[in-house]
Design a protein around this ligand. Sequence first.
Ligand code: NDP
Ligand code: OXD
Length: 314
Amino acid sequence: MNLVLSLKNFNEPEWIDRLQALLPNRKVEGWNNGVSVPEKAEYLVAWKPDPAVFAALPGLKVIFSLGAGVDHLTSLPELPRLPLVRIVDPDLTSRMTEWVTFQTLLHHRQHLTYAAQQEAKVWQAHRQWAAKDVRVGILGLGELGLNSAIALKALRFKVAGWSRTPKNTDGIESFVGDDQLEAFLNRTDILINLLPSTPATHKLVNADRLAMLPHTGALGGPVYINAGRGATQDESAIEAALTSGQLKGASLDVFAIEPLADTSPLWQQKNCIITPHVAAESDPQALSEYVAQQIRGIERGETPENLVDLEAGY
Ligand code: NDP
Ligand code: OXD
């Protein structure tokens, strides 16, 4: 019944203390400090784990991803076919909705133009279009995409989403699968990417797809926003589209390789907002309680919540 943590970029000792306090009858240990009885470890809590951890813990029953995304695990050939639980947390979801809404409004309200004018002490108003005339399209209408869609719809944007399976949410148009992707892009002024990284979404946002975004909308050119995963976009196509004017603006929180290299030309793009994968962090205490609660449920014989479909990869 023991629990092992293998975490990169997290303070492992703090996480051990937090989980140990919530699960006093189990031994909680960090992979980096050595596991006392590896055969007794039944649960693994992982973020970009050491791939050697799986073979070293033969009694594992359930793996927890300490994030909503699981590509850090599904990309590992060593990952055993065990139940894999991901984070779904209202706090994380609402933080993502804040970031997405903020970036959407920033482009919609021409903030980059006004910030540049402030630098130059220029007092000049530009025509402002209404939200109801702007078509937002969200790639990925899952836990995060749907919440952002509802918030943007409440601001009166015309919202549609694209997903693998049909959705039926009042006032949000649903586009489904590869066959409807072009039609979805053709009606989208602000494209928001909240897709997971899977083989099917790899570099999905490429030059051809960016070219499908219209220039006929109220903004005068399309905007691209990504807080899903960098692997789902072709970074050089985005850079080229920003340079050519095919894209009017972008906001990027995620990149194929993080941190983004100093040499990336994206840093120089005046119409591109870059944030360092911070769109939706979460409260460590809330995440620890989520893991502890799931473990208690599993031990009562319940099926874990928010299991990843290992075939689909998300
Ligand atoms: P969900 O699994 O709830 O939603 C994923 C959505 O993508 C679903 O609507 C799914 O369709 C759709 N989708 C997946 N593959 C395809 C495909 N091939 N074609 C069409 N649609 C597809 O995930 P979340 O909303 O919880 O999270 C999304 C991603 O956000 C995470 O995987 C993670 O990478 C990223 N993330 C980023 C953070 C940050 O700080 N930047 C923080 C947290 C998460 P369907 O509904 O039909 O299954
Ligand atoms: C996550 C992330 O997947 O932080 O939770 O990107």
